[in-house]
Design a protein around this ligand. Structure first.
Ligand SMILES: [Zn+2]
Length: 410
């Protein structure tokens, strides 16, 4: 298990942390079956039976003790009790770090901020309680991406430059939202096309488009993800990027189409936000959830990206420069790549096969009946046979049969 974990760590993507703790299709199928069988949201993160979840209700919200998370995800407390920051609790395992608090809705995974849907509570014993919804939709997809519901390869990126036409978005002396969003969208699209993605713009000539029109374009595209680009507005001293995903399903409400992709959207949000923070050096405004109508009706992973604040003089001015727009586009493209690498089942399969390449099985010796009687050196690329050839050292001197055999192979 440990060896496999080490190899998986080679799959950790710079900028976004993916820690697949699940191995093999059987485990995944079991998890999937568990998910299918349970009503949404399931009673506990869908997984093989490891540990027990003690669900508690606080103010009508279901919570899980941090202790259960610790044992399920095999995490350890990271701070000695005497020195802990009030309201802050850290867990980790050498590969991943989760820091809850100090604000009750704050969770940092690998230093990246997530704003939780429900505040973390503290019980009478001093253990923290995390809402089941946040465990399922924030922690689970980040820590175990191979268990993400509806995971599929990414081929198409639907880029939605927010606003357009008479709808200008936020306009300040420093930046015009619709203009900046469109320029970054076009630069991002150009970069993604270079990297082999199919790119669809919801609009590319600064024209107005209804929210439903934007969604229809995304829902018509095969194997797509949806990214809506915006600039934020607020107090003049506030800056930074934020990435939003669909608001959680409310108790008693029917799920919206976008809820089927909550987990993958969270993973996409983390990949994009991590890349923005690390490569475009934005201030980390966090991965958040919000009611934004296009995200509700999407039938694919989707996010709304706030690239920065048009109302902050420094950030707004920077957002209007071509140099920074290029940097943002590059960072977003890297984020898409990071997400696509994890979501592509073929990639995951390849990684799972990696150990076979590292430790080849005993070389099969294939006996060629005809001219190969005189110790044939093997085809250079086939590693097992190469080994066999090495053991039969004299073959190297014998160049004539080698040439003949090469000809025969063509
Ligand atoms: Zn906007």
């Amino acid at each position: 298990m440990m060896m496999r974990l080490a190899r998986w760590s080679a799959f950790l993507v710079a900028g976004a942390l993916w820690l697949p703790c699940a191995y093999g299709n059987a485990a995944e199928a079991a998890a999937k079956a568990a998910e299918d069988a349970a009503p949404a949201p399931p009673a506990a993160p869908a997984a093989p039976a490891v540990g027990t979840w003690h669900v508690r209700e606080v103010d009508g919200v279901e919570y899980l003790p941090l202790e259960d998370l610790r044992s399920f995800y095999k995490l350890m407390p990271l701070q000695p009790k005497g020195r802990k920051v009030v309201g802050q609790r850290s867990l980790g395992n050498g590969e991943v770090t989760l820091v809850f608090g100090p604000a009750p809705r704050e969770l940092r995974i690998q230093d990246k901020l997530f704003v939780l849907s429900h505040p973390v509570q503290e019980d009478a014993t001093g253990d923290l309680l995390v809402s089941r919804l946040d465990v399922l939709q924030v922690i689970e997809p980040v820590l175990r991406p191979t268990y993400i519901a509806n995971r599929s390869a990414v081929r198409t990126v639907v880029i939605d430059p927010g606003h357009g036409g008479h709808d200008t978005g936020t306009v300040t002396p420093y930046a015009r939202e619709a203009d900046v969003a469109l320029v970054v969208a076009l630069k991002l699209g150009a970069e993604l096309k270079k990297r082999g993605y199919e790119v669809i713009y919801t609009q590319e000539h600064n024209q107005y488009m209804s929210p439903q029109g934007r969604v229809d374009k995304a829902n018509a595209a095969p194997a797509a993800i949806f990214m809506s680009l915006h600039l934020n507005s607020g107090r003049s001293d506030v800056k930074g990027s934020q990435v939003y995903t669909i608001s959680p399903q409310k108790k008693g409400e029917k799920p919206l189409p976008g809820h089927d992709f909550s987990q993958s959207s969270t993973a996409l949000a983390l990949a994009l936000q991590s890349s923005l923070v690390e490569k475009a050096e934005t201030e980390d405004g966090g991965c958040r959830r919000a009611h934004y109508s296009p995200l509700n009706s999407l039938r694919c992973p989707g996010v709304l990206v706030e690239l920065g604040y048009a109302t902050n003089p420094e950030e707004g001015t920077r957002l209007s420069t071509e140099e920074y727009q290029l940097k943002l586009a590059g960072a977003l493209a890297d984020g898409v790549d990071a997400f696509a690498r994890v979501m592509n089942p073929a990639t995951i399969l390849q990684v799972q096969k990696a150990p076979v390449v590292e430790t080849p099985p005993p070389a099969p010796v294939k006996v060629d009946p005809a001219p190969a009687k005189k110790a044939q050196p093997a085809k250079p690329k086939a590693q097992p046979r190469k080994r066999a050839a090495r053991r039969r050292a004299p073959a190297r001197k014998n160049t004539k049969p080698q040439r003949r055999s090469n000809r025969r192979r063509r």
